[in-house]
Ligand binder design. Structure first.
Ligand code: ADP
Length: 476
């Protein structure tokens, strides 16, 4: 079974969040299930992509209205990744270091042209048929229109029977456009406008919900949540529910391995977790000049409403006001107001709070290894990978009870492996942090939980089986 993943992120080529991790890992674990996964991405100007050599396997051009874009399909030299990796090269649209955002932090103005050109170029390549796949797997709204185009554009008739699978990594982002962009699409029978439409606009996510053969979210609880409440999309989720499932993300245990992680100042040696945690905390606290007494709590992620980054600021303030021995490190970027609030927090408590406004893989890994607790005050969480990486590096998650966090972080009061709260306000989350402090003071209980979380298995093996089952519904 040969599946082509069509995506705008894939680690290590280009990653902005969890989707990059998933698309970079799934094709490594699927072959065990008899599925050969290839990936195709826009050819961005990321450092990783710039450093590779590619061979052109196909060329063509597409028109968005009257504007012609010449594209090349290129294949990565063998032996670099564990799977076949292709890119669509259109330098004027993709050769930029950032995946989605310009230097001013706003989405690129030609976002729609970029997504559409990418999708059309992939289809043009597939129509020529030199490389055959048994199914197409599209990820999030940026590639969602493919599920419509191959069914309803006569020029793509040849691909009509190719099963399409669609993964919702984040249902909040939907790719909504006014109808005037219709002139950019290849011609199709306008009788089928309804397949593109939701709330009188073109809605890419809704399109894939209608057109994809099977749809999945990245955790079962998130699937239940969005089918219960997705604003105006709820009724569509309900009507398409029978082809939707939730498949929990896994983590790549080779890539996230405390024994071999080259970014860590102190690797795990002979399973000595006490020293691993202590040494990494000592080294990081020294580097970022934090007081080294008391537990270290971290946050890694987009500074966004979804992630509860505003609640993070206010709950840390509450905890610090009580003069408990505890220090915080925050790594992330996003909302400018929250960035400023976090920098102010650091300014007010320079020995207790370190704020790093950046996207930085090295710091992220050091934080997972050094912290005693990881904070995730998310308002919603399609899966969340941070809590899984934190388990892997011996860090106890303190989370809100939403989406994938429900599936992966049961509360210690029920024999679970983290601290989980239904209260998403600063008082409620500060209380959860306090429970962490209390747990930390009880050395026996803390050590016993540490010993429990490091044994948890969230590898891709189980999830890869479920993806295979989903593909097998339509590919024999
Ligand atoms: P998202 O909703 O952002 O996709 P996930 O929890 O699914 O959230 O995945 C987040 C991924 O991005 C994790 O691998 C996490 O370590 C990484 N990440 C998030 N923010 C940063 C950052 N500022 N620097 C480095 N890595 C980050």
């Amino acid at each position: 079974m040969k599946i082509l993943h069509i995506s705008t992120e894939c680690y290590p080529a280009a990653k902005a969040g969890g989707m990059g991790d998933v698309v970079g890992a799934l094709p490594i674990y699927l072959p065990n299930e008899g599925v050969e996964g290839s990936v195709i991405l826009p050819k961005y100007g990321t450092k990783w992509i710039k450093a590779q050599s590619f061979t052109t396997v196909n060329k063509g051009s597409i028109f968005l209205d009257k504007k012609e874009y010449i594209f090349r399909v290129q294949k990565l030299k063998a032996g670099i990744l564990a799977f076949d990796f292709y890119v669509i090269d259109v330098p004027e649209l993709f050769d930029r270091e950032n995946i989605y955002l310009g230097k001013d932090g706003n989405a690129y103005e030609d976002e729609m042209e970029r997504y559409l050109t990418f999708q059309l170029a992939v289809i043009e390549w597939l129509v020529k048929g030199r490389k055959k796949f048994d199914g197409l797997h599209c990820h999030d709204h940026m590639t969602a229109l493919i599920t419509f185009l191959i069914q309803f554009v006569p020029a793509y008739e040849k691909l009509k029977t190719l099963p399409t699978f669609f993964t919702i990594h984040n249902g909040m982002y939907r790719g909504v456009y006014d109808w005037d962009i219709i002139s950019l699409l290849p011609s199709y029978n306008r009788e089928f406008d309804g397949m593109l439409e939701w709330d009188e606009k073109i809605n890419s996510l809704a399109t894939a919900l209608k057109c994809a053969w099977a749809v999945n979210t990245v955790s079962p609880s998130y699937m239940n949540e969005i089918a219960l409440d997705s604003e105006t999309l709820t009724s569509l989720y309900i009507s398409e529910r029978s082809k939707c499932i939730g498949i929990l993300n896994g983590i790549d245990e080779q890539l996230w391995n405390p024994e071999t992680d080259k970014y860590l100042q102190n690797k795990l040696v002979e399973n000595d977790w006490q020293n691993f945690k202590k040494n990494n905390r000592d080294s990081l606290n020294k580097e970022i000049e934090l007081d080294n007494s008391g537990p270290l709590m971290g946050f890694i992620g987009r500074l966004a409403h979804q992630k509860g980054a505003d609640v993070l600021v206010t709950s840390i303030r509450r905890v610090i006001a009580k003069k408990d021995k505890v220090n915080f490190i925050i790594l992330g970027s996003g909302d400018k107001t929250i960035e400023e609030q976090l920098l102010k927090l650091q300014e007010d408590f320079p020995k207790k709070v370190c704020t790093i406004i950046a996207y930085d893989e090295v710091y992220a890994r050091r934080i997972y290894a050094a912290c005693n607790f990881l904070l995730m005050p998310s308002r919603f969480e399609p899966c969340g990978l941070n809590q899984l990486y934190s388990y892997r590096y011996g860090t106890i998650p303190i989370v809100t009870k939403v989406g994938g966090l429900i599936d992966t972080v049961p509360d210690i009061s029920n024999g679970g492996t983290g601290i989980s709260t239904t209260n998403l306000n600063s008082k409620g989350f500060a209380k959860a942090i306090k429970r962490g402090l209390k747990l930390y003071k009880n050395k026996k209980k803390y050590t016993s939980l540490l010993n429990q979380i490091i044994k948890l298995d969230f590898s891709w093996r189980q999830s890869a089986k479920k993806y295979k089952e989903m593909y097998s519904l339509y590919i024999k």
